[in-house]
Write a protein that binds this ligand. Structure first.
Ligand SMILES: [Zn+2]
Length: 217
């Protein structure tokens, strides 16, 4: 069972990697450098792939940043300090990011004759980012299959109906090395604990009666 996984270096895709390894998948990981405001997640993805001995490539699509607007994730404006709200989502969205990455992953998978691509869209993200929603996955799945006619590629998003807390629960059971993951939009030495993704991450651990190793004193 060969598969390509889009690995960001954050909680969700890292948990999915562990789950896939446990299920016996022979995973190839792709991490995208889209000129995000810091490289910490990319470095984390490298360390996680090395830890699990997974073939890993960092794909540079930074040249697209100039086309993709003024997201706080691209360093164009301030990172908001609040829970995810519609406004915070608007400030942090990189338009159509998942579809762009999935299209590249599908091309890579077809070229390597790998029949499946995975990404870790989940329920929390689905309320704020359109390309994380179940409807998007349902629409994209046949599109990917039809676009890869010689060696058809199937799109899989097994976390699409799970909350981040449910993903962390699974990850704690799988003993995911969360100390090697990164989520904070700010990319300083320690998580800022005030940006939307820090707040969401901390809550997900708390709901499992656990403490995120990145913020342990
Ligand atoms: Zn943060």
């Amino acid at each position: 069972m060969k598969a390509v996984l889009i690995l960001s270096g954050g909680v969700d895709s890292t948990t999915l990697l562990y789950k896939m390894v446990e299920e016996g998948y022979e995973v190839q990981a792709l991490t995208f450098n889209y000129a995000q405001r810091h490289r910490k997640e990319i470095d984390c993805a490298r360390k996680i792939a090395a830890l699990l001995d997974i073939p890993h490539r960092v794909v540079d699509i930074g040249c697209l940043a100039a086309l993709l607007g003024d997201s706080a994730l691209l360093g164009a404006k301030e990172v908001p300090s609040c829970h995810y709200t519609e406004e915070a989502a608007r400030q942090t969205i990189v338009p159509n990011r998942n579809m762009i990455m999935l299209a590249i992953a599908a091309g890579y998978a077809e070229a390597c004759e790998i029949p499946q691509i995975f990404y870790a869209a989940h329920k929390n993200d689905s309320t704020i980012y359109p390309d994380c929603r179940a409807e998007f996955v349902e629409a994209m799945e046949p599109a990917v299959r039809l676009a890869t006619a010689w060696h058809p590629v199937q799109l899989r998003a097994p976390f699409v109906n799970l909350t981040k807390a449910e993903i962390v629960k699974m990850g704690l059971e799988l003993k995911v090395a969360y100390e090697l993951t990164w989520s904070c939009y700010r990319g300083e030495e320690k998580p800022c604990r005030s940006c939307p993704t820090c707040i969401e991450r901390e809550e997900a651990f708390m709901l499992n009666g656990a403490v995120d190793p990145l913020i342990k004193p």
